[in-house]
Design a protein around this ligand. Structure first.
Ligand code: PXP
Length: 251
């Protein structure tokens, strides 16, 4: 197979809200960031409405649904509250993530294999509402097979460990991602990836031909302090396209 399939970029805007919430006002506005991301070449907007509302708020989801044309990927914990919110808004996609109050970010993937009975009704309800369900899992064959058994059409592979490691360890982690992405295709799952990706780490993941979407947030928002959001997203896009063997878009 040749590495010519397009690779979508989902821009996660959570941390625009983190900065806004540090002062409690309305600035900077994540909806404004979403519009800018669209203009800079993003293919989708991702937002995680956490149980503790530490960054994105319910009002942000209302406004994103009303104001943006790009597909919204709502990251959510597998709870009754989040299911009701997703069913009310019907975003393009919902990515089910593990969530613990005390964690700083989403640490590790969802245990799709160990939580089949809890996840099954949630995946079913979201799918029945026409929402494309994705499960955020570790790059493991067992978790992929569990996602398939649950009927989720999409998986997002957690790239955190790959991003955190160096040298030989990173090579091993990249190989896990590559093997998992190939298995996803074999069992008929669309494969996304994300978490912790930066200019330095994105290339090898973007080059994996069976991965069709990357979701990137913290680095883009942080780097935008220095390079502006538009330029930062364009550069990330160009690095993804280059690694993929695609000509950089002119967007
Ligand atoms: N994908 C998922 C499922 C996530 O939970 C996150 C973090 O919210 C990301 C991608 C983006 O990770 P980062 O902000 O580290 O780029």
């Amino acid at each position: 197979m040749t590495a010519t399939r397009p690779l979508r970029l989902g821009v996660n805007i959570d941390h625009v809200a983190t900065i806004r919430n540090a002062r409690g006002g309305g600035h900077p506005d994540p909806v404004r960031a979403a519009k800018l991301a669209a203009a800079a070449g993003a293919d989708g907007i991702t937002a995680h409405l956490r149980e503790d509302r530490r960054h994105i708020s319910d009002g942000d989801i209302d406004r994103l649904m009303a104001a943006i044309e790009l597909p919204l990927n709502l990251e959510m914990a597998a709870t009754a509250e989040m299911l009701a919110i997703a069913l009310r808004h019907k975003p393009h996609a919902a990515c089910i993530v593990p969530e613990r109050r005390e964690e700083r970010t989403t640490e590790g993937g969802l245990d799709a294999a160990g939580q089949q009975s809890h996840l099954q009704p949630i995946v079913r309800a979201l799918s029945a509402a026409g929402i494309r369900v994705s499960l955020f899992i570790e790059p493991s064959i067992r978790q992929l097979d569990a996602a398939r058994a649950l009927g989720a059409p999409v998986v997002e592979l957690h790239t955190g460990r790959y991003c955190e490691t160096e040298g030989a360890e990173r090579v091993v982690e990249l190989e896990r991602i590559r093997t998992a992405a190939a298995h996803a295709e074999t069992i008929g799952l669309e494969c996304h990836a994300g978490h912790g990706l930066t200019y330095d780490s994105v290339g090898p993941v973007a080059a994996i031909p069976t991965i069709v979407e990357l979701n990137i947030g913290h680095f883009l928002i942080g780097e935008a302090i220095f390079g502006g959001l538009d330029g930062t997203i364009r550069r990330m896009r160009a690095l993804m396209d280059e690694a993929r063997g695609l000509r950089a878009r002119s967007a």
